[in-house]
Design a protein around this ligand. Structure first.
Ligand SMILES: Cc1cc2nc3c(=O)[nH]c(=O)nc-3n(C[C@H](O)[C@H](O)[C@H](O)COP(=O)(O)O)c2cc1C
Length: 370
């Protein structure tokens, strides 16, 4: 651990006793209780992507994290209403998905019983579990739900991809806002003007939210190393939230071919698509993305398309076939090549802390020279 004290801490980092102002981002499909516990134990704020989990699974995974670390951690949920789809929408979508399923030896797809877990049940579970930090994406809670979470002792973080969304979360009573720039991997949280898919980048978004809000802002999107953490803090963020940087950690659930493609990626390989899940998400371009994008009129809205492609992607994960996976990744993915493949989260966080201290020192030295 670096003993350098140049880099300043932030109120957010102090509140959770963090060694550096770093959040390990919640990521459905990649975060595991082991990753979250390792990140929190190493002095960051670990976060579990629980948006796709049943309330029972959320309870089991929270228990696993608590058994592995006494330190604070976060749980992330998707703010979604009940979803339904008519037969014609399902048939149209499956006409594009079924040929891909056949290539993996799967029979034609069918409409699932449920397109997504019931959000209200997930929320009630998280409130009952009195989780230290609860974050949300894809929507905003009403003030009464935020108040229930706070009464349970939880610190509430809302995701914003533009200023109006940050203001909506502030008005609902959130403790902090995660400013998620368009460089970010995976789905972004957009819920106001989502059809226009506003693509405000992290560098532009963070200072605008810092100016607009009187609550802490966390920066997410394209941050891969200590230089990025220092830059986020210079823009006024109180912490940096890194997702893609943790995908290749030993404790991540990412399968081998996803890891290989991350390590081999170049800056232009990542694209934003709604063809895989019905909602805009950034990932490495592959066969699945290209084939589904070729028939945009067949893509069902989220979460219907997500549910209809799920079995295919799960089969691809079991077979380690990256061509048929959703290879979510941010624009900074090529920077993973500087890391030791398969290192533990603790090793990554040690490196990030040292890089952040060095970057902060470089900045203060260059200011001193001027
Ligand atoms: C594989 C993957 C899954 C993700 N799942 C979620 C999620 O469940 N909830 C969420 O709020 N954000 C999710 N995100 C976004 C991250 O929380 C974070 O904002 C993003 O990774 C930051 O950008 P970066 O990937 O460039 O570091 C996901 C990102 C990735 C790469």
């Amino acid at each position: 651990m670096s003993t350098n004290t140049t880099a300043a801490s932030t109120p957010f980092a102090r509140r959770f006793g963090l060694r550096l102002p770093l959040v390990q981002a919640p990521m459905v499909g990649a975060t595991t209780p082991a990753l979250v516990a390792a990140a929190s134990q190493a002095g960051a704020l670990g976060s579990l992507g629980a948006g796709a989990m049943t309330p029972e699974k959320i309870a089991a995974e929270v228990a696993e994290i608590r058994a592995a670390t006494p330190r604070p951690f976060g749980i992330n949920l998707f703010v979604l209403g009940p979803a339904a789809a008519d037969d014609a929408t399902v048939r149209r979508a499956l006409a594009a998905i079924d040929p891909l399923r056949a290539e993996l030896g799967l029979p034609p797809g069918r409409a699932p019983e449920r397109y997504a877990p019931a959000f209200r049940d997930q929320l009630d579970q998280v409130i009952a579990l009195r989780v230290p930090v609860v974050s949300f994406t894809f929507g905003v809670l009403d003030a009464a739900d935020v108040a229930r979470l706070k009464a349970a002792g939880s610190y509430v973080i809302g995701t914003a991809t533009h200023v109006a969304e940050g203001l909506a979360w502030r008005d609902a009573g959130a403790d902090a806002v995660c400013a998620q720039g368009s460089e970010a991997g995976g789905h972004r949280g957009t819920f106001i003007d989502a059809d226009r898919n506003p693509l405000v980048g992290t560098m532009a978004l963070v200072p605008q939210l810092v100016n607009a809000l009187d609550i802490p802002v966390l920066a997410a999107g394209g941050i891969m190393d200590g230089r990025g953490i220092a830059a986020a803090l210079a823009l006024g963020a109180q912490a940096a939230q890194l997702g893609t940087a943790f995908l290749t950690c030993a404790e991540s659930a990412a399968v081998q071919d996803w890891r290989r493609r991350l390590a081999a990626s170049t800056d232009t390989d990542m694209a934003v698509t709604r063809a895989i899940t019905g909602r805009y998400a950034r990932g490495i371009r592959n066969t699945l993305m290209n084939r589904l994008e070729a028939e945009p009129e067949r893509v069902a809205p989220y979460p219907v398309q997500n549910a209809l492609t799920q079995e295919l992607r799960q089969a691809a994960a079991r077979a380690d076939r990256g061509d048929y996976l959703s290879l979510w990744a941010g624009q900074g993915a090529p920077l993973l090549r500087g890391r030791r493949a398969g290192c533990g989260a603790a090793e990554l966080i040690d490196a990030l802390a040292a890089e952040w201290h060095a970057a902060s020192e470089r900045v203060s030295r260059s200011i001193a020279v001027e």
